[in-house]
Design a protein around this ligand. Structure first.
Ligand code: IPE
Ligand code: IPE
Ligand code: MG
Length: 238
C-alpha cells in the first residue's frame, strides 16, 4: 500500500448533512468537528506525515455573523483539544491563512500552539483557516518583492523551492486531495500545492466521512499511475 506523504481534505457538506436531518447548520458543524477528532488520529496512525484541513476559507466570511461566530468558537475549542491530543504524539500543529480579520482570541491560540509544537517531528497537522490560495500567493509575492528590495534575496534565484518558503507554511506538495460533500471544485484551496495531487471526490457529507471512507480514498490513490509528466516505460500498456 502506497501511503501519501501529504493529504489535504476540503471539509465540506456539514450544512447539508444537518439540513437533511432537520437540524441546524451549527449542529452540522459540530458533527463535522467531532468527526475530525477520530479521523485525524486514524490518518496519522496510517503513517501520513502531513494533513491539511480546509476548515474556513477567506470567502466563508460572506456567511452570516451567527454562523461565522459559531464556527470560530468551535475552532478555539478544537485547537485546544487537538493541542492536548497531538502534541503528546509529536505532531506539530500549524495554521495557514490570513490573520485579518480573524479575532484576537483565535490569533492568540494559533500563535501559542504554533510556538509550543514547533519542534515536534513526527507529523504536521495544518489547519487552513481564513485560507485562500489566491490570498496566499499574493501575500507571498508581496514578501518576495520586499525581501528583494531589501537585498535579502536575489530575484534571479527565485525558483519553486524558494517560492514555497514564502507561502504560509513551507509544506511538501499535496499527494492526495479529498473533497467531501459532492462539489467538484477546489474553492480556492492550495492551487500551488495541488499541481500534481491526485483528486478524490465523494458525495459523502463530511460528518459521515469515516475511517472506512478514508480507506476508499486511499485505495483509489493506490490505483493511480502518477507519472508527473513522464512515461512509465516498464508498464506494458505504455
Ligand atoms: C463545512 O461545510 C465547511 C465550512 C465552510 C465550514 P459547509 O458549511 O460548506 O456545508 P454545506 O456545503 O453548506 O453543506
Ligand atoms: C470550501 O467549502 C471551503 C471549506 C471547506 C472550508 P464552501 O462550502 O465554502 O465552498 P463552495 O462555496 O461550495 O465553493
Ligand atoms: Mg459547502
Amino acid at each position: 500500500m502506497k501511503i501519501p506523504n501529504h493529504v489535504g481534505i476540503i471539509v465540506d457538506g456539514n450544512g447539508r448533512w444537518a439540513t437533511k436531518r432537520g437540524k441546524s447548520r451549527s449542529e452540522g458543524h459540530l458533527a463535522g468537528v467531532k468527526n475530525l477528532d477520530n479521523l485525524c488520529q486514524y490518518i496519522f496512525d496510517k503513517g501520513i506525515k502531513v494533513l491539511s484541513l480546509y476548515v474556513f476559507s477567506t470567502e466563508n466570511f460572506k456567511r452570516s455573523a451567527e454562523e461565522v461566530n459559531y464556527l470560530m468558537d468551535l475552532f478555539v475549542k478544537k485547537f485546544k483539544k487537538d493541542f492536548k491530543t497531538f502534541s503528546k504524539q509529536g505532531i506539530r500543529i500549524v495554521f495557514s491563512g490570513r490573520r485579518e480579520p480573524l479575532r484576537q482570541e483565535i490569533l492568540d491560540i494559533i500563535d501559542e500552539i504554533t510556538i509550543k509544537t514547533k519542534d515536534n517531528q513526527k507529523g504536521i497537522l495544518n489547519f487552513c483557516i481564513n485560507y485562500g490560495s489566491h490570498a496566499e500567493i499574493i501575500d507571498a509575492c508581496k514578501k518576495i518583492v520586499n525581501d528583494s528590495n531589501n537585498g535579502k534575496i536575489n530575484i534571479d534565484e527565485l525558483d519553486e523551492d524558494l517560492f514555497n518558503q514564502y507561502l504560509y507554511n513551507d509544506l511538501p506538495s499535496l499527494d492526495l486531495l479529498i473533497r467531501t460533500g459532492g462539489e467538484l471544485r477546489l474553492s480556492n484551496f492550495m492551487l500551488w500545492q495541488a499541481a500534481y495531487a491526485e483528486f478524490y471526490f465523494t458525495n459523502t457529507f463530511f460528518p459521515d466521512f469515516n475511517e472506512k471512507e478514508f480507506d476508499l480514498a486511499l485505495d483509489s490513490y493506490n490505483n493511480r499511475d502518477r507519472r508527473f509528466g513522464g512515461i512509465n516505460y516498464e508498464k506494458k500498456d505504455n
